[in-house]
Design a protein around this ligand. Sequence first.
Ligand SMILES: Nc1ncnc2c1ncn2[C@@H]1O[C@H](COP(=O)(O)OP(=O)(O)OP(=O)(O)O)[C@@H](O)[C@H]1O
Length: 234
Amino acid sequence: MSLLSLKSVRTDIGQYAVLHDVSFEVPEGGVFVLLGRNGAGKTTTLRSIMGLWTPSPGSITFRGQDITAMHTADIARLGIAYVPENMGIFGTLTVDENLVLATATGRIDPDRLKWVHGLFPALETFRDKQAWSLSGGQKQMLSVARAIIEPRDLILIDEPTKGLAPSIVDAMAEAFREIAETSTILLVEQNFGFAKKLGRDMAVIDDGRVVHAGSMAEFAADRALQDRLLSLSM
Ligand SMILES: Nc1ncnc2c1ncn2[C@@H]1O[C@H](COP(=O)(O)OP(=O)(O)OP(=O)(O)O)[C@@H](O)[C@H]1O
């Protein structure tokens, strides 16, 4: 059984159908990458999984349980975390306070914090700084750290490398690799170099439809397919 399964998902935003027919299966473990041109429907797919939009018709199941019409908080309680493109951090709170607020109980497990600090050392160095004063890369690290400060089965991450320097992107890739040893990551990415290094399985969305799904190794080796499905936007 797949960890997450989308079947013929249609999501309307207002009067517009944004997702027409999205189906894919995310296996447990590793990084699954969702690719697609600008405006293809990647963010809408993540928001639909998280219950921020409600698809109809179509179904989304997590560990076999139908979550299509569930509330976001209940979906989160099942073990799914979401790192949105705008990062969702609180600028006037410190790094530590941002992490505490991301826990269910208001208490951070010290061993877990140590692990997160190992992944993102800047979050330990600047733990008492207000989040607004961090660099772009550090803010992104904080947004990912909030998602993993408690164990999660599935982490949805929307374009984490956007606007980041190559050295930060490399550090992020290292961290994602380690996170994906114990959780599954569903990654939306425009940076194909980054996606290619991390992804095991992948799907391409175009105009609200899945137009390709398969292994990343095969897709990365097929330049003609990349050009056709992603064109120059990658
Ligand atoms: N709140 C909204 N209201 C109206 N239209 C929306 C809304 N959110 C998204 N859309 C439209 O739905 C389509 C898909 O948007 P979405 O953000 O899912 O694409 P994306 O693949 O994540 O693109 P990008 O890489 O640009 O973020 C776009 O045409 C977008 O303009």
